[in-house]
Ligand binder design. Structure first.
Ligand SMILES: [Zn+2]
Length: 337
């Protein structure tokens, strides 16, 4: 009896060790991840952000201040706040000059920038010249409403004076532009024109290239070497997020996975363009910044990465974000990237 129970204990110990080793190998394979699509509002709790990143082995985050006001208890953020966050935790947060601004609502302003838009462009230049910002974004081009209000459903022209001016600024400071544009065919055509005319600008097209279908993603990446995409919020988990088809789907939108399994067509595109994608948790509101929400997205990304070749997975998890945002310019605190 005693020998028997000792054998059971030994067997259980061996099994536990095997599982730990396997998990260790898996964690080693992708290591820490970079969340290449984060947001910040004034109501976010900084201890919580750090806690959820640590728990999920997310070493760094690209932070895009959300100037749009949220519901009650979810105040708007600012670029200055993002800078404060970045300086409090050196090497962990990389702010972009925020573009989720109420002042940018209105297609006419994109074609003919008014005084307010002019000052946004001037401020963007001034902020980038400090060297404390790593890009521009998230520029909201075509956005589906998930709340009511003036800034919820947006349809702005990507081929416009505003975007061309922003692109010139991006070239001057050698930083990428992150943009949100649902892949409606006419907008995609206009984007192709912008990409071609500004071939020195790195554009990061958020949410799996505007939730486009695999064939569209493949064609756009093939035709435009300066195009990158992030997979922000494309995990098919929880009750919100672009990866579950929320807030709505159109004929031209697509998902990337179901039940933690990548659709084969998407996986083929990823393997064909291993240097062009990044991951991101895309928590845009204070109420979503908690372990449950952030953790299930991070965990699902690890499951999806496991279906790619180790090199592609490592690039998506970290390497591409470092290269696209040029994070290796960061040399401070923990000794750089
Ligand atoms: Zn977005």
């Amino acid at each position: 009896m005693r020998i028997c129970s000792r054998n059971i204990v030994v067997t259980v110990m061996i099994l536990v060790t095997l599982v730990m080793v396997r998990e260790g190998v898996a964690a080693e394979r992708y290591g820490s991840m970079i969340d290449a699509h984060g947001h910040l509002g004034a109501s976010f709790d900084w201890d919580t952000i750090i806690h959820v990143m640590d728990r999920n082995n997310v070493s760094r985050q690209i932070v895009m201040p959300r100037y749009y006001p949220g519901r009650s208890g979810d105040s708007a953020g600012t670029d200055e706040l993002a800078l404060e966050l970045a300086s409090k935790y050196p090497g962990r947060f990389f702010p972009l000059v925020g573009m989720q601004k109420p002042e940018l609502t209105g297609a006419n302003k994109w074609h003919n920038p008014n005084e307010t838009v002019e000052s946004i462009l001037n401020e963007t230049e001034a902020k980038l010249s400090t060297g404390h910002f790593w890009g521009i974004g998230e520029v909201i081009v075509k956005h589906f409403a998930y709340t009511s209000g003036r800034h919820a459903e947006l349809d702005n022209p990507i081929y416009s004076s505003f975007m061309k001016r922003l692109s010139q600024i991006a070239i001057r400071f050698d930083v990428p532009i992150v943009l949100h544009m649902e892949g409606e065919p006419n907008s995609v055509k206009d984007f192709a024109r912008l990409l071609k005319e500004n071939s020195r600008v790195r554009y990061a097209w958020a949410h799996s290239c505007g939730r486009s279908k695999a064939s569209v993603i493949r064609a756009m990446l093939k035709n435009h070497p300066n195009l990158y995409c992030d997979l922000a919020s494309m995990t098919n988990v929880g009750k919100s997020g672009y990866g579950i088809g929320w807030p709505r789907m159109e004929e031209y939108t697509a998902l990337i996975e179901k039940n933690g399994v990548l659709f084969p067509k998407m996986r083929e595109v990823y393997e064909a363009f291993p240097n062009r994608f990044m991951i991101g948790m895309d928590v845009a509101h204070a109420r979503g910044m908690n372990h449950k929400n952030y953790g299930r997205r991070a965990k699902r990304f690890r499951e999806l990465l496991a279906q790619l070749s180790p090199q592609t997975a490592a690039a998506f998890a970290k390497g591409n974000a470092i290269r696209i945002f040029k994070l290796d310019r960061y040399v401070k605190g923990d000794g750089g990237i």
